[in-house]
Design a protein around this ligand. Structure first.
Ligand SMILES: *Cc1c(COP(=O)(O)O)cnc(C)c1O
Length: 497
């Protein structure tokens, strides 16, 4: 039976096709799209080491994008995962003495968002064709730093599409900001907002749901879509690298087929780790998923107590892509934990938006604790982990990966569980040179590009071409706005095109 999609908040379970779900991003009721059932994958664990990333992607994604033909999907995959990645393996695994690191940073923006955002524009274009809509698309995205650039890189010059990215003015690294502001493509727009990521994300959701905005856009010949990690066109492609990693570890002789592994996932919006959870549901032998947070540790508390409380101080950390207090994708996990009860899910989400907090029953949180382990690293612990791993293994970690690495070792210490552990490495250290140099005690006041040069000398690895280009790229975007003016600005930008 072909998979269709439904909203986590719709108790009628109204069906949507995959392409509709890709096109809309978010369900009209504010819920997230989930598949109506999970497929039986025709995939032997033993066969994993023999498959290329692209072959594996097709096998895994085909059932989830059921109204795309195999040929269409194959073409999308070939375009998404080609020589735009600097590793032919796309997501290679690096082994150190202690741990394995799944490197997701060999794409054009050197962070893991590329794995989804190099594919999404192709899925979206096909979805628009299938719907035979005359409307053009406005992609609206809030970013904590990495999504913005990756989305623009994916959507730049895509026909009949405008993309508008909002990022927190003081919440991203200098390299991240330069990457975004130097983005080419007449259809790309980048705006710094005087607020944090949650402000940006809340406003973007509000704009999506605002009937007046939808109408105003329609009059200009446009409809909204989202490139945020709630889109199924981003979520499900992220399952592929969990399987691929398993194949690599099998190939390296570190495990036997069927043996369980753990993944430690640096987490913000809960998209990456949720894809790991889906991979497990599809049969990948994962024992525990480690939800690794920074000082914005709302998820650590949630998994410990069942209380999700976003009313807490917001910390700007050295791992900005995880500076998030409302993890959108958690709604999908809740929906499953509540036995797919849409009314209960809607109730909890409403509690979160109106009261800032909700509580899950003890019995339900126990269910989650069986599958997840959650912990966090402070800024200092993150820095210490970068230094420790570099001194011991000559392997430089970016701060997000260091959070995952720290939590992985905490887990091993606390539980004694020595199941093979894979840390999901979500960014290149070159994306956060100041923080990495600080951690290594090697920073000489340098910031931005000067820090990149310095880091290159310290870790003795050349930075990738996409980073080298930043040194000469002109800044093409210079917009700032208050979160409350985002609506007006969106309309203005659309009208200008
Ligand atoms: C986005 C991001 C994360 C968090 O991923 P989620 O899917 O939002 O949980 C972690 N690390 C880096 C480098 C990121 O860009």
């Amino acid at each position: 039976m072909a998979i269709s999609y439904r909203s986590t908040r719709d108790h009628h379970a109204t069906p949507f096709s995959a392409s509709q779900a890709v096109l809309q991003g978010l369900s009209p009721d504010g819920g997230l799209f989930v598949p109506d059932h999970l497929p039986q994958l025709n995939l032997e664990l033993m066969a994993l080491p023999k498959l290329t990333y692209q072959e594996l992607a097709l096998k895994i994604l085909q059932p989830f994008f059921s109204d795309y033909t195999a040929t269409e999907l194959q073409e999308c995959i070939a375009k998404a995962y080609g020589d735009n990645f600097t590793s032919p393996q796309i997501t290679p695994v690096k082994f150190t003495d202690e741990l394995a690191y799944l490197e997701l940073f060999h794409g054009p923006t050197i962070a893991f968002k590329d794995l989804a955002l190099q594919l999404l524009p192709h899925l979206l274009q096909l979805a628009a064709q299938k719907k035979q809509t005359a409307l053009k698309t406005v992609i609206l995205t809030a970013t904590s730093g990495d999504t913005g650039k990756a989305a623009m890189a994916g959507f730049a010059d895509v026909k009949d599409t405008q993309i508008i990215v909002f990022y927190p003015k003081d919440g991203v690294s200098e390299v991240q900001e330069k990457q975004m502001r130097s983005q080419t493509g007449a259809n790309t727009h980048v705006v710094a907002i005087t607020g944090n990521f949650d402000d940006a994300q809340t406003k973007v959701k509000e704009i999506f749901d605002d009937p007046n905005m939808i109408l105003a856009l329609r009059q200009q010949g446009y409809q909204f879509s989202s490139a945020n990690s709630i889109n199924i066109g981003r979520l499900f492609p992220q399952m592929v690298y969990y399987f691929y990693a398993y194949g690599q570890i099998l190939k390296a002789g570190k495990i036997t087929a069927g043996q369980a592994v753990n993944f430690s996932v640096p987490t913000g919006n809960f998209g990456d780790i949720l894809a790991g959870w889906y991979a497990k549901k599809l049969g990948l032998p994962i024992k525990k998923l480690l939800c690794a947070s920074n000082e914005n540790n709302v998820l650590t508390d949630f998994f410990a107590s069942g209380i999700y409380d976003r009313k807490r101080p917001f910390h700007v950390t050295t791992s900005p892509s995880m500076d998030i207090l409302v993890s959108s994708n958690l709604e999908r996990l809740l929906f499953y934990t509540l036995d797919q009860d849409a009314a209960k899910t809607a109730y909890l989400m409403n509690q979160l938006s109106t009261r800032g907090v909700y509580t899950l029953d003890a019995e339900l949180i126990a269910k989650l604790q069986a599958e997840f382990f959650a912990d966090f690293a402070t800024i200092d612990q993150t820095a210490t982990e970068i230094k420790r791993v570099f001194e011991k293994e000559a392997y430089p970690l970016d701060p997000h990966t260091a959070v995952g690495s720290f939590v992985a070792r905490q887990y091993q210490l606390k539980t004694g569980d020595l199941t093979p552990m894979i840390v999901v490495s979500t960014a290149s250290p070159y994306k956060f040179p100041e923080a990495v140099l600080d951690a290594l005690d090697k920073r000489q006041e340098a910031t931005g590009l000067a820090a990149l040069e310095q880091l290159q000398q310290v870790i003795a690895q050349p930075y990738p071409q996409t980073i080298a280009e930043l040194f000469t790229a002109p800044l093409l975007h210079d917009l700032t706005c208050d979160p409350k003016d985002m609506k007006k600005l969106v309309l203005k930008l659309v009208e200008q095109n």
